[in-house]
Design a protein around this ligand. Sequence first.
Ligand code: G3H
Length: 254
Amino acid sequence: DVMREVLGLKDLEKKLKHTLHIEDVIVVAGDSDLSPWVKKEMGRACVACMKERLTDKNIVAVTGGTTLAAVAEMMTPDSKQSDVLFVPARGGLGEDVKNQANTICAKMAEKTMGNYRLLHVPDHLSNEAYQSLIEEPTVKEVLQLIKSSSMVIHGIGDAITMAERRKTPEEDMEKIKARYAVAEAFGYYFNQEGEVVHKVKTVGIQLEDLEHVQHVIAVAGGASKAKAIKAYMKQAPHSILITDEGAARALIRE
Ligand code: G3H
């Protein structure tokens, strides 16, 4: 902690809490836009934060993305030997396999010697297919587990970057742009006031469910995500934010 003091990270955290009006922030050194290892540092901080909050029985829901993949990379078994079940927070969302919530969730379970359940729901289903799929007993069971999670760990992305990466259909893309989306999380898109302007239709955690989750941890860094983090946190003041110096400095400058 002396080191964090010397690096000015403690001070940055204090300023960031004030700027974003949030209670809980951890800032790691560096900028993940410039140095890939910084994502792993955020991962390390996230794992520590998570362990402090685990109880004897936990259901942890996780989203996809490269940041969450780095979090998974850094996971180690819990010395208190808590019972942890990992579940994906939502369906596929059009990501590459390595960045999908299912993949990350399985990886976390492997690293922590915990358990996991997967959600097999394709993206862009017709209404009919969607309705019958969520009535399937195995899908229903996993959805029930997701809804009862005690902890959610998720990424925050820049809206346009995410929409492009996920091969968003043209009409949704237009909507996202026309409504000035700046942030993305859980397949929801937010404008700079933190209002939802678009959502990808899929099963799993819905934004309003987060209110009932005991611990919500958002992990996002890099100066390029400053706008997105600011917008998203406006409607999530009780979430714990884990970020990096790059994003923190950009946020404070604004
Ligand atoms: O859900 C994904 C996030 O919104 C951002 O993804 O960690 O690859 O930037 P990322």
